[in-house]
Design a protein around this ligand. Sequence first.
Ligand SMILES: NC(=O)c1ccc[n+]([C@@H]2O[C@H](COP(=O)([O-])OP(=O)(O)OC[C@H]3O[C@@H](n4cnc5c(N)ncnc54)[C@H](O)[C@@H]3O)[C@@H](O)[C@H]2O)c1
Length: 423
Amino acid sequence: MKESKDKIVKLGIIGLGWRTEVLLVSLFAIDAVEISAICDLSDKAVAKIKSIFLKSGRPIPAAFNNYNDLLQKNDIDAVLIPTSWNSHLPIAAAAMKAGKYTAIEVGGASSTEELWQLVHASEGTGAHCMMLENCCYARNELMILNMARQGLFGELIHCCGGYEHDLRDELIPRMKEGFERTFHNKYRNCDLYPTHQLGPIAKILNINRGNRFLSLVSMASKSRGLGLYVKDHSGRESQESEIAFNKGDVVTTIIKCAGGETITLTHSVSLPRPYSRNGRVQGTRGIWLEDVDGIHIEGISSSTKEFDVSGNPYTVHHWDTVQSFYDKYDHPIWRDYKDNIVGGHGGMDCLALMAFIDAVRHKIAPPIDVYDCAAWMSVTCLSEQSIALGSMPVAVPDFTNGKWIKRESVPINKWSLTNVYKD
Ligand SMILES: NC(=O)c1ccc[n+]([C@@H]2O[C@H](COP(=O)([O-])OP(=O)(O)OC[C@H]3O[C@@H](n4cnc5c(N)ncnc54)[C@H](O)[C@@H]3O)[C@@H](O)[C@H]2O)c1
């Protein structure tokens, strides 16, 4: 991760919670970055991050409580905004208006209006906004992109994704400190966190580049998981046990794309289950299915003839393991990186940050742009509308205003999520 010293990116970070602590591990490993300013509303959060700099022997960045003061610093090239879901979009719009390369963390939008404001801020200033959707840089997701681009799955027909993560242990204990995500679960009913698997799928399906999301329908199950967890942990007689959570335990959304493909998304954070992003990419020649850790490609994977009790033959198609494809189809980014992994979430955090920093250094469009941010995050507020309307179909706005039909080409760059480049 050594880079030439003449292109060091001066970075400001707005929002200094848990996520920033994790991101710092990766940022400290990237030579091309100097963190020159930090900002949080809370003095306690600022002090904690300062102590991490002190411990690591790095110079302490300039600290602010008001993000507008940080944005006024002319020596900052780029800003990272890991605040939470209610604040990161307006701050990102302000950052672009201040002329900064901007990166936001993942999450969903509360309204299409705030997404249009994001798009207009980028179009009006020419500044870029990237979502740090780390899952786009996960090893398996990148390999599936590589295989899709080589045509192994044939013509793509249907994809699935999800955020299936038992967060009861985080959402409930942190409710007392005002943890914003808990309150979204309490008051809203929708897919609150769509981008972890939708991001990689959208890239595979060329969304905003020849394809787009047309409409969606969403349905929510009843809500029991968080309420039950509160009762189990605070005693059935306590006042807290009366708290009602609006969000259904399993929210299912189906998106229809202009290219004819369908995408099913599942959001489930309040029931016991091991983590899964529920990935599935299926085409006329093959399928990847995350939950069985399997790939089946016609003509490559095996099929056997078996016989039913009456002696009639039928074909059984077998899964190959995902790992058995690494040798031939690992994405070029992971060929070296797998032996040199840095930072959180199995190394994908660091890759997403490196992709952003590379775009800033070379003054090019980032691999996940403002139109991707808007389309992916819109699933949250649109699924909310669909559920509120009894699962009516809801149109997804075309945030590109028709540009999706014929977009400018992407930079030839190893971090591209549109094409696969070797270097
Ligand atoms: N990509 C991933 O794998 C991943 C993992 C965890 C969290 N996240 C995302 O990271 C973001 C932050 O998560 P977190 O758990 O650190 O949240 P958090 O609530 O713990 O921290 C957010 C911080 O932002 C600060 N903040 C809020 N509004 C502000 C403002 N106007 N100006 C300055 N500071 C402000 C808060 O004081 C707080 O310290 C969320 O969007 C979350 O979805 C991503």
